[in-house]
Ligand binder design. Structure first.
Ligand SMILES: NC(=O)c1ccc[n+]([C@@H]2O[C@H](COP(=O)([O-])OP(=O)(O)OC[C@H]3O[C@@H](n4cnc5c(N)ncnc54)[C@H](O)[C@@H]3O)[C@@H](O)[C@H]2O)c1
Length: 437
C-alpha cells in the first residue's frame, strides 16, 4: 500500500462510521506486512487464500489493507461488478484493475466468473452492498468456502434463514462469521461467560442503546446503500446500518431468542432513513429487550488522518438477571470511558476496566474477527463471536422492527424454520405463536 493510497483512505469517514480511526503508522503506510507477535506467521501452513467480494469504501479502507498486511493471508481474487467504483464516503476510491495490481490479485466482474475460473480459494470476505449479501453468501457456501460476511448478515429473516440452513448443512466444515466486531472483544467474552456461569441468575431484562454520530451519513441522499431500501428491505437507516451491532452483542452474550417485536421509528425528512428507533423485543423465555437507536449524536465526519475524532459511538448495554446485572457502557473510541461491571445482589461483583466495542481500527492486520477468520481458513479452531445463528436472530429482529413499524403493531419474529416456510419452530421450543406477537 503506498502513501497515496493511505491518504485517500484516511481522509474519509471512520470505522463502522463513527468510532476511533487513529492515524496509520509508517509500517502501515508502506504496506509492510505486520511484525507484531500477534501477526507472526505460523510456519508450515500455507497462507489462507482469500477472495474479497465487493470492493467499495469499506473493503478498500479496511479489509484489503488488513489482509494485505496479514502474514498468514493472501488476497487471491477481487470481485467487483461495478465498472466505475464510486463512494460518497471516499471520492478517491480505486478501480478494480488498480486494486488488482496493488494487491497482486486476480480481478473478476462477478462471483460467477470467479467460480468458473476454478481458482483455489479457502475463504471469502463479502463486503458488498447489504442487499447482495444473501446471493453471494449462498454461492460461496455452495462452493465449499468459509464465509466472512459483512453486517447486516442479510436484509430479511427469510434470507438469513436460508444461509443458516446452508451453514448447518456443512456440519461444522465451513465457518460463517458476521463481522459484528464487538462480539470478538475480550470483555464481550467475559460478559458471556458470566451469564453462562449463572452469575446474574436468569436473564429477565436487557436495555441496549446505541447512539451514532452519523447525521452526515443518514441525512445525505447520495448514500444510497445506507438510506434507501432495496431488495427485501422495508426500510433502511439506523436499524440495518447500526443496530445489528448492539443486537448481535446482546444475543451472543445472553443467548436470548427473540419471539416478538414492537417497534416505532422516526425518519430523516431529507432521505427517509430511520434516524431514531425504539423497540421492545419479547424473548422466548419471557425476557424483554428494550432497544434504542439514535443516529444523530454529536460528532462529525472526520476530515483528515490527524482528526482527533472527539466523539465516538455511545453504547449502553445493561443485562438484568434474577441474581444481579451486567453493565457495559461507554464511548467506543474512548477506552477509559467505561468498564464491564458485574453487580450481584450479594455484592460479590467484578469489574473489568476499559471499554471497547466495535473495532474499526484501520491499521494493523484487522479486527479480532478477521484474524479469527484467517486462522479458520488455515484449518485452526477459533472462537466465532457472530455465527449464522446469532446473525439470523439479529437480522430477523431488525426485519421484524421495520415490519412492525409499517404495520403499527407487535409482530412475531419467525423462527428460522418459519422464515424458511417450514412448519416446525424448534428454535422457540415448539410453542405455537400467532403471527401477531
Ligand atoms: N462491520 C463494519 O464495521 C462495517 C463498516 C462499514 C461497512 N460495513 C458493511 O460493508 C458493506 C459494504 O459497505 P460499503 O460502505 O463499502 O459500500 P459500498 O457501496 O461503498 O461498496 C459496496 C460494493 O459492493 C459492490 N457490489 C454490489 N453488488 C455486488 C455483487 N453482487 N458482487 C460483488 N460486489 C457487489 C458495489 O458495486 C460496491 O462497489 C455493507 O454491507 C456495510 O454494512 C460494515
Amino acid at each position: 500500500m503506498n502513501a497515496a493510497y493511505l491518504s485517500t483512505t484516511t481522509t474519509t469517514a471512520g470505522p463502522e462510521l463513527g468510532s476511533a480511526m487513529p492515524a496509520a503508522t509508517s509500517a502501515q503506510a508502506t504496506g509492510a506486512r505486520a511484525t507484531s507477535p500477534a501477526a507472526t506467521a505460523v510456519p508450515d501452513k500455507p497462507a489462507a487464500r482469500i477472495a474479497v467480494v465487493g470492493c467499495g469504501w469499506w473493503a478498500q479502507g479496511w479489509h484489503l489493507p488488513h489482509l494485505h498486511r496479514h502474514p498468514d493471508a493472501e488476497v487471491v481474487a477481487l470481485v467487483e461488478p461495478s465498472a466505475t467504483i464510486r463512494s460518497t464516503l471516499n471520492p478517491d476510491v480505486e478501480q478494480l484493475e488498480q486494486l488488482a495490481t496493488r494487491y497482486s490479485a486476480r480481478p473478476f466482474a462477478s462471483l460467477d466468473a470467479l467460480l468458473a475460473a476454478g481458482l483455489k480459494v479457502d475463504g471469502v470476505v463479502i463486503a458488498a452492498s447489504h442487499n447482495a449479501h444473501y446471493e453471494l453468501g449462498r454461492k460461496a457456501l455452495a462452493a465449499g468456502w468459509h464465509v466472512f460476511m459483512e453486517k447486516p448478515m442479510t436484509c430479511s429473516a427469510a434470507e438469513a434463514a436460508g444461509l443458516l440452513q446452508q451453514v448447518e448443512a456443512t456440519d461444522g466444515k465451513q465457518c460463517f462469521m458476521v463481522n459484528n466486531t464487538a462480539n470478538w472483544r475480550e470483555n464481550t467474552a467475559s460478559a458471556k461467560a458470566w451469564v453462562a456461569a449463572g452469575r446474574i441468575g436468569k436473564v429477565r431484562h436487557v436495555s441496549c442503546a446505541m447512539g451514532s454520530p452519523l447525521t452526515w451519513l443518514f441525512e445525505d441522499a447520495a448514500n444510497v446503500g445506507w438510506v434507501r431500501p432495496s431488495g427485501p428491505m422495508l426500510g433502511n437507516g439506523m436499524a440495518w446500518g447500526q443496530l445489528s451491532h448492539s443486537l448481535a452483542w446482546v444475543y451472543y452474550v445472553t443467548g436470548l431468542v427473540p419471539q416478538s417485536v414492537y417497534a416505532d421509528m422516526s425518519h430523516s425528512e431529507a432521505t427517509g432513513a430511520d434516524l431514531y428507533d425504539a423497540a421492545i423485543v419479547r424473548c422466548t423465555n419471557g425476557a424483554l429487550i428494550s432497544v434504542q437507536g439514535v443516529a444523530t449524536i454529536s460528532g462529525d465526519k472526520p476530515t483528515s488522518e490527524t482528526d482527533a475524532r472527539p466523539t465516538g459511538k455511545y453504547i449502553e448495554n445493561r443485562i438484568f438477571g434474577t441474581e444481579g446485572s451486567i453493565e457495559y457502557n461507554g464511548i467506543d473510541c474512548e477506552p477509559e470511558s467505561g468498564a464491564l461491571r458485574l453487580r450481584r445482589h450479594d455484592y460479590n461483583g467484578e469489574v473489568n476496566t476499559g471499554f471497547a466495542f466495535e473495532d474499526g481500527d484501520q491499521g494493523g492486520i484487522g479486527p479480532a474477527s478477521l484474524q479469527a477468520f484467517v486462522r479458520r481458513c488455515r484449518g485452526d479452531a477459533t472462537r466465532n463471536g457472530c455465527d449464522a445463528l446469532i446473525g439470523y436472530r439479529t437480522a430477523a429482529t431488525i426485519d421484524a422492527m421495520y415490519r412492525s413499524f409499517q404495520e403499527g403493531q407487535r409482530l412475531a419474529v419467525p423462527t428460522a424454520q418459519e422464515a424458511l416456510g417450514h412448519s416446525s419452530n424448534a428454535e422457540n421450543g415448539g410453542a405455537k405463536r400467532p403471527r401477531r406477537g
